[in-house]
Design a protein around this ligand. Structure first.
Ligand SMILES: Cc1cc2nc3c(=O)[nH]c(=O)nc-3n(C[C@H](O)[C@H](O)[C@H](O)COP(=O)(O)OP(=O)(O)OC[C@H]3O[C@@H](n4cnc5c(N)ncnc54)[C@H](O)[C@@H]3O)c2cc1C
Length: 474
């Protein structure tokens, strides 16, 4: 009997496994594929995900393998504003890092923290009752856990098995993506690529490192099963159809398909089964948000599930995962649809694009859109109170280190600016640091770094602690 079984060992599943292990929850990750995928889907991380890595002490390993692109985070539909948005973060950059590296670093972390990971294990069916979930693997083995989380991607088996609706738009266009070698000389290839790209926005080819190229080309039609990769012949045929040449492609490291299907799960929980990441939402990769969204789902869900397993979850905590994260995904789908329109070469969308570019000269508009793209603008609804309530706190220097260095353990944190506050009764769940700073109020952070209380009054704090951290221990 595990506390939590996670179906799917992609970035969402591995992030969730780590978050749960911080609280010593017993976790099993089931991953269908025997080997990690070499397909480079995501190319980068946005500032909020970078902050999350920093909050858990993971950022150095990502920085060592990625490349920072300052001044470009938060760009909307590729529009270059006349002034940068000046994001309120210590990490105002995009971190370029190929998805297989992200996946590997997250998987290494989960294992290091004690998660069990079984590769080559496909979940094929499940049954749930009041006390837990029984899952069956493709070889007939049955396993049981208190909770199951489907982090099994856009075609989620878990979502289908529990019958959660996945409304939205079906794929209208499909693209083929390949990492390949070419025989065409680089100069000639760059010239052809530039000419074709001017006419076909869905086409692209450029160096991917290791002497290989990354190529994207529209498919002839939407495949019946996108899980079946294209053949090299199919890839060549489409390159010729769009570019008039196949660039001499050969020796693919990976070939895959993706589409513009856009869908959002109607529920994120059915009984003892949750969904996270692509299992809960899919959209075209434009804007580069899917993986970021998945990591952030897990950051939201992990401590809540751990609280339930630990026996201190207050009423409604588990359901706040849906009420907080579903609107965020809905918003990402909206801005992805909007950005797709703004990239259309048609005169109408181009006119809207010109107008929006002018509007983005207003700092408020620029910052508002950047807040959505980077996820720094998210504000969960924690009710009446300070404007800070529900927002994540940026990293700040403190007398003893940085704020984020105090959040590594995934616990709540009281940043006490008075030296007179106490979390007695909750000190097994909430850390307390005192940093006297004139003019700054005290704040209480949830384990995901969102501000759930501000003030200086102990009675008020004591009344608020149970909302997020359950009953006091005596
Ligand atoms: C071309 C392209 C470019 C992209 N670029 C970006 C980008 O720049 N930035 C960004 O944030 N996102 C990007 N994305 C999106 C990103 O790749 C996904 O959002 C991300 O991989 C989702 O992570 P996940 O863990 O939720 O799902 P997945 O990565 O799909 O992982 C799901 C895992 O579940 C496993 N699985 C499936 N079924 C079962 C089963 N029955 N039993 C056990 N295991 C199972 C699968 O093998 C897989 O390993 C891009 C996507 C594409 C296609």
């Amino acid at each position: 009997m595990f506390d939590v079984i996670i179906s799917g060992g992609g970035p969402t599943g591995m992030m969730l496994a780590s978050e749960l292990r911080l609280h010593k929850v017993s976790v099993l990750v089931l991953e269908r594929d025997a080997e990690p995928s070499v397909v480079v889907r995501s190319l980068g991380l946005h500032p909020r995900s970078i902050e999350i890595l920093d909050q858990r002490g993971l950022l150095d390993s990502f920085l060592a393998e990625g490349k920072q692109y300052p001044g470009v985070a938060g760009r909307f539909a590729g529009i270059v504003p006349s002034r940068p948005a000046h994001l309120d973060t210590a990490h105002d950059y995009i971190l370029g890092i190929p998805q297989p590296v992200t996946d590997r670093l997250l998987a290494e972390r989960a294992v290091e923290l004690g998660a069990q990971v079984r590769r080559g294990c496909e979940l094929v069916s499940l049954e749930q009752d009041d006390s837990g979930v029984t899952v069956e693997l493709s070889d007939g083995e049955r396993l049981r856990s208190r909770w199951l989380v489907g982090c099994d991607g856009g075609r989620s088996r878990v979502r289908g098995l529990v019958g959660i609706e996945f409304p939205g738009e079906a794929a209208s266009t499909e693209w083929l993506l390949g990492e390949i070698e070419v025989t065409m000389p680089p100069g000639e290839l760059a010239a052809v690529a530039e000419t074709v790209r001017r006419i076909h926005r869905g086409f692209g080819i450029g160096p991917a490192g290791d002497g290989r190229y990354r190529a994207v080309v529209p498919a002839a039609s939407v495949a019946a099963d996108r899980g079946v990769p294209p053949t090299l012949d199919e890839f060549r045929t489409q390159l010729v159809a769009f570019a008039g040449t196949d660039f001499g492609v050969h020796s693919p490291r990976s070939l895959s398909r993706f589409s513009d299907a856009t869908r959002l799960a109607a529920e994120y929980r059915r009984g003892r089964v949750f969904l996270a990441g692509d299992a809960a939402h899919i959209h075209p990769p434009l804007g580069g948000q899917g993986l970021n969204l998945g990591i952030q789902d897990s950051f939201n869900l992990g401590w809540k599930l751990a609280a339930d397993v630990g026996g201190w979850a207050p009423a409604g905590l588990l359901d706040s995962y849906f009420s907080e994260r579903h609107p965020v995904a809905d918003d990402v789908l909206t801005i992805t649809r909007a950005q797709s329109e703004l990239l259309s070469p048609e005169p109408g969308p181009q006119a809207v694009r010109r107008l929006l570019a002018e509007l983005m000269d207003f700092d408020d508009v620029n910052r508002f859109l950047a807040g959505k793209v980077t996820a720094l603008g998210i504000r969960y609804d924690f009710g009446e109170g300070s404007d800070l309530l529900g927002r994540r706190h940026r990293d700040i220097p403190l007398a003893g280190g940085r704020l984020y260095e105090h959040t590594r353990g995934g616990r709540g944190l009281l940043l006490d600016r008075t030296g007179a506050l106490s979390v007695a009764g909750w000190s097994d769940r909430v850390d307390h640091i005192v940093d006297l700073a004139a003019g700054a109020g005290s704040i209480l952070l949830r384990p995901d770094g969102h501000i759930c209380w501000t003030g200086d009054d102990q009675d008020n704090l004591t009344r608020h602690l149970p909302t997020w951290f359950g009953a006091a221990t005596t």
